[in-house]
Design a protein around this ligand. Structure first.
Ligand SMILES: Cc1cc2nc3c(=O)[nH]c(=O)nc-3n(C[C@H](O)[C@H](O)[C@H](O)COP(=O)(O)OP(=O)(O)OC[C@H]3O[C@@H](n4cnc5c(N)ncnc54)[C@H](O)[C@@H]3O)c2cc1C
Length: 438
């Protein structure tokens, strides 16, 4: 039985979070609107403000909630995490303040699962404490959505690995204490078993950041150095033998441990952003007037609000069901990986729902919506990233379709199993006796 209920004590925690995010985190968003400030742990102005807030979160037992107890977190499970993340999603800074900031969340999972004790001590502990940030360096400039096209390679020399090649859009590399890098080590293997994952210290000689790209929500001013998505060249970067995370050729398995979680967490936070956009629409609808009546009393406006609420509710239920499926798998009641197609569905749906709802919210705010004076502009500018980061919509649609096609059984070649004349004949034969007596 699907059940999304949480106990009253946890409901209290959610209530605390909701007030805290609105009254504290959203204010930090106003003071430090540049995304780059969230990752720059040396920005003491911002850190002085967020450190006491992080302590409050820790005191509530709400820090780094994406990790289970076996990985050093409180382990609330995905359904509770979904309810928490939809509150966190309202604010850009809240993930940093709650210790659930991507890509550190996924990187922490990888380190916890595949790191040595020494690597965990050196990197996982300060990462979990919010003292350092990390980078996941996978996409390449000539190949993004299809890792089978990757060229960055690594080979063994003595008791070291040497990494050579280019990566693209490695977010936060400029601030990262360590990078997790995917490189081809076994080119002779099957396509999905050619690459391995490496832990590379941020100060390793040979790491060259060619440039830090900005995205649409960053400042277009060429003198503003706030790009955070690095185009990197690894110039024969040397790391020790134990820098390989997982087995040789098993980078996909290691990445899967990370990306699955990341995608569903993005979806959970998107529910929160959509909720905020709808809240703004509702307020606007009852605040403004035109043609002698409130916006709220015009049917076009009601239509926009009705569509938005219905779409968000469908999306939210999909996210909660996916979260529940992950929890069921963890508990052994569903097979391992049962949620994977649903995680894909969340990824596909989030881009469309977010686009449609934010567009209506922007539109309903008229010129104010088109301005830089509401949080809507950042949401709108984030849409292109949401639909490609962690793989474009098309790739996930294909995976979802393949999952269901694998189980599909061929029917009659000409007319199919649901052909009415054929079924009608069957129905007549099935109820022949009753039909004679009728
Ligand atoms: C804000 C942001 C942060 C990111 N952070 C990181 C990071 O930290 N680390 C990292 O490694 N990467 C990161 N990425 C990169 C991200 O993972 C890639 O953008 C993504 O995998 C797509 O690769 P690409 O950009 O090369 O697009 P491409 O692979 O070139 O795809 C472009 C378009 O081609 C079409 N397409 C591609 N494949 C198919 C297909 N199979 N079928 C049909 N159509 C298809 C789609 O329309 C797609 O949108 C980030 C991206 C963004 C936007």
């Amino acid at each position: 039985m699907i059940d999304f209920r949480v106990e009253p004590k946890f409901q209290e925690k959610l209530k605390w979070m909701d007030t805290f995010v609105r009254e504290e985190c959203e204010l930090v968003d106003l003071l430090f609107p540049r995304a780059v400030d969230m990752y720059d742990v040396k920005n003491s102005k911002a850190r002085d403000i967020i450190r006491p807030l992080q302590e409050k979160v820790k005191a509530q037992g709400l820090w780094a909630c994406h990790l289970g107890p076996h990985l050093g977190g409180p382990g609330y499970g995905q359904v509770k995490l979904a309810l928490m993340n939809e509150i966190i999603g309202r604010s850009n800074w809240a993930p940093t303040i709650f210790g659930t900031q991507a890509p550190d969340t996924g990187n922490a999972e990888i380190l916890a699962l595949f790191g040595t004790e020494e690597q965990k001590r050196r990197y996982l502990d300060p990462l979990m404490a919010g003292e350092i940030v990390s980078c996941f360096s996978m996409t390449e400039p000539q190949a993004g959505a299809d890792p089978k096209e990757f060229e960055c390679k690594a080979w063994a020399e003595g008791d070291e690995w040497v990494i050579e090649g280019e990566k693209w859009f490695s977010s936060n590399a400029r601030f990262a204490e360590f990078l997790i890098v995917m490189a081809v080590t076994n080119p002779e293997n099957k396509p999905h078993e050619r690459m391995s994952m490496f832990l590379v210290p941020g100060d390793a000689p040979g790491i060259e950041i060619i440039r830090n790209s900005k995205i649409m929500s960053d400042s277009p001013d060429p003198d503003d150095d706030s790009g955070a998505h690095a185009y990197i060249r690894y110039n024969k970067v040397r790391v020790p033998k134990d820098a390989m995370l997982g087995e040789p050729g098993q980078a996909f398995k290691v990445a899967q441990a990370r990306l699955g979680g990341g995608r569903i967490h993005h979806a959970m936070r998107t529910v929160g952003m959509c909720g905020r956009a709808i809240e703004m629409m509702l307020e606007r609808a009852v605040s403004r007037q035109t043609q002698g009546k409130r916006f709220a009393d015009h049917q076009f406006v009601q239509g926009m609000i009705g569509d938005s609420i219905c779409e968000l509710e469908q999306f939210r239920l999909l996210v909660l069901k996916t979260a529940w499926l992950i929890d069921e798998s963890e508990a052994g009641r569903e097979e391992h990986g049962a949620a994977r197609p649903w995680i894909g569905m969340c990824k596909v749906t989030l881009a469309k729902v977010f686009h449609d709802i934010v567009h209506r919210a922007v539109h309903l705010h008229g010129s104010l919506g088109a301005s830089l004076e509401t949080p809507l502009y950042k949401m709108w500018a984030g849409i292109p990233s949401l639909s490609v980061a962690d793989g474009p919509t098309e790739v996930h649609k294909i995976q979802v379709a393949k999952h269901f096609l694998k189980k599909a059984i061929p029917g009659d070649r000409l007319f199919g199993t649901d052909h009415i004349p054929t079924r009608l004949e069957k129905a007549k034969r099935h109820f022949a006796a009753e039909l004679v007596n009728a």
